[in-house]
Ligand binder design. Structure first.
Ligand SMILES: C[S@@+](CC[C@H](N)C(=O)[O-])C[C@H]1O[C@@H](n2cnc3c(N)ncnc32)[C@H](O)[C@@H]1O
Length: 269
């Protein structure tokens, strides 16, 4: 799916990066694969589909391939499953289905909109980039950190805090190693259209963690929160807590939010 870049405001072009359609992993992991299902026909017709059971005894998507409700994790069928690539439980793996456009916004740099109508619950795109440990990500904070997406702690621990880890340009004296948990995706050098999606305090997309190969490495999928007419800017909530990012001098980093929502809290970190 080609992505158009349109700037009717000024001469700005996207800074240089390598467009990739899949997350890149810097090292080979020894991780186990999720145990797949053994369905010989369609998973939707099987009563004992393992992936259905993993999703709480129900398929996460309806027949139109829309996610029925937001969940902490969605388990899709994957490489270790017996079903075919057209299985109804492989929605986000089919890639981008809507014509997206990168455009110049008034006050937030570049942003993304859709050229077509997007129904609620539709998969829009994956946040793609270099997969890093939180420790590796921490080393990138301060330079080109604009495109870091923090995931949180190990997926195996279902009770992990959904909140994002604290990030510092330089460690404060009371900083300990165990403060760094989780992982991140850096889309600064390698990324896709998702790296251009801006934050909003009233977003129209939400983040869903989807597992289909490695049980510890979720895919960060962006889905439509509501029905969206064409040309609406696509946004999600970056979910930083205010005061989460620190400068080297110990002062909090802050970025003014220009989302223009009535619910805007003024800053997004
Ligand atoms: C992931 S990038 C989004 C794409 C970016 N606008 C660009 O031109 O490449 C995140 C950066 O976009 C800008 N941004 C995103 N949402 C914003 C908002 N609601 N208000 C102001 N700036 C925003 C900030 O500079 C932020 O660090």
């Amino acid at each position: 799916m080609p992505i158009a870049v349109v700037n009717e405001v000024d001469e700005q072009r996207p800074s240089s990066f390598t467009y990739v359609a899949k997350v890149t992993y810097l090292r080979l992991n020894n991780h186990s694969l999720l145990i797949g299902c053994h369905c010989t026909s369609q998973c939707s017709k099987s009563v004992d589909c393992k992936c259905k059971i993993e999703n709480g005894q129900e398929f996460p998507y309806d027949n139109h391939r829309h996610l029925i409700k937001e969940k902490p994790y969605v388990y899709e069928c994957g490489n270790s499953c017996n079903c075919s690539d057209s299985c109804i439980n492989r929605v986000s793996q089919q890639g981008i289905q809507f014509q997206l456009e990168v455009f110049k916004t008034k006050s937030k740099g570049l942003g993304v909109k859709s050229r077509s109508y997007i129904p609620s619950g539709s998969f829009v795109c994956e946040y793609v980039g270099e997969f890093l440990s939180a420790k590796e990500a921490e080393q990138r904070v301060g330079s080109r950190d604009e495109y870091l997406f923090h995931i949180g702690d190990n997926c195996r621990d279902r009770n992990f805090k959904e909140e994002w880890i604290p990030l510092y340009e330089s460690r404060p004296s009371n900083f300990s190693e165990k403060d760094i948990g989780g992982s991140a995706i850096d889309a600064a050098q390698y990324g896709n259209v998702a790296r251009f999606i801006n934050h909003s305090c009233s977003p129209n997309l939400y983040v869903e963690k989807v597992l289909y190969d490695d049980p510890e490495i979720p895919h960060i999928m962006l889905l439509a929160k509501k029905n969206m007419p064409p040309s609406k800017e696509l946004t999600y909530d970056y979910k930083y807590r205010l005061g989460e990012l620190c400068h080297i001098n110990g002062n909090f980093k802050a970025k003014e939010c220009f989302c223009s929502s009535l619910k805007c809290v003024g800053k997004f970190y």
